[in-house]
Structures are given as C-alpha cells and as structure tokens.
Design a protein around this ligand. Structure first.
Ligand code: THU
Length: 138
C-alpha cells in the first residue's frame, strides 16, 4: 500500500516546528495518513501543570477524528532523535488502527536515517472492550 512516507515525514517535521515544548525542549511532530488520503498533523503541547501535556501522536489522532477521519494508512514521527510513540499513544492509536499500521521514525534532520516499525510490533496486545468497543464509537 502507498504510504507516502517522505511526504508524511516532511509533514511531521513541519509540525514539530510548531510544538509547544518550553519545559522539555523535546519537540515532536506526528503525521497520520488518513484512509481519505488527507494528512493529519499534530505536535506536542506542554503545560505548566506538566501532566496536562499532550503528545504529538494523540494530538494528530484526535485532530483527524475531529475532522471526521477514523481510519489510517500510516504514521510518521519527527523528533530531535527518532522516538517511538509512548504507551498511552500506542493505546490511543490502537483504537483506530490495526497492528499493520506502518510507523516511520524520523528525526528533525531530513538527512538522518529513518527507522521503520509497525503498531503491532510496538504494541501487540492493546486493551479492548470487545463488543462494547464498536458500539461505543458513536
Ligand atoms: N512526546 C511526544 O509528543 N511523543 C512521544 O512519542 C514521546 C514524548 C512529548 C511529550 C513531552 O512534551 C515531550 O515529548 C517530552 O517527553
């Protein structure tokens, strides 16, 4: 399947440039390719009350859902050094993506090597509520 990896990585880098990370200084951008062909980006947004901070991945995912997209073909990340999604973001992604979702792990430097994995490799056993899960999607 066409995952438009270079385009997604470029979008993730651009989003990382808009991160609000005055506390960690770790700027992250995420770009999700929707099944609708659109690219949905997010960046991390921190808060003085640290626990309120939102990761780039969930920001991108929730942005997409708010735009009406609930199915995805690929995810790309860009950070000062290549990073995998945190556990909370893996669970959030698993709500809408299957284990085959390709994930490109990029850095802010477009010339640096890109890591490749899948959601299933990172998170093989998501929590789910079975029948309630589908019924609860609204
Ligand atoms: N962060 C993300 O946005 N995505 C990740 O996958 C890991 C961590 C953010 C959260 C926080 O703003 C900063 O990076 C340092 O943890």
């Amino acid at each position: 399947m066409e995952t438009r990896s270079d385009e997604l990585l470029a979008a993730a880098r651009e989003a990382a440039g808009r991160a609000y990370a005055p506390y960690s200084r770790f700027t992250v951008g995420a770009a999700l390719l929707g099944a609708d062909g659109r690219i949905y980006v997010g960046c991390n947004v921190e808060n003085a009350s640290y626990g309120l901070s939102l990761c780039a991945e969930r920001n991108a995912l929730f942005h997409a859902v708010a735009c009406g997209c609930r199915a995805f073909r690929a995810l790309a990340l860009a950070a000062p050094e290549p990073t995998v999604p945190c556990g909370a973001c893996r669970q959030a992604l698993a709500e809408f993506c299957d284990g085959g979702l390709p994930i490109a792990l990029g850095s802010l430097d477009p010339a640096a090597p890109v890591g490749r994995t899948t959601l299933g490799a990172l998170f093989p056993a998501p929590f789910a509520l079975g029948a309630v899960r589908d019924g609860g999607r609204g």
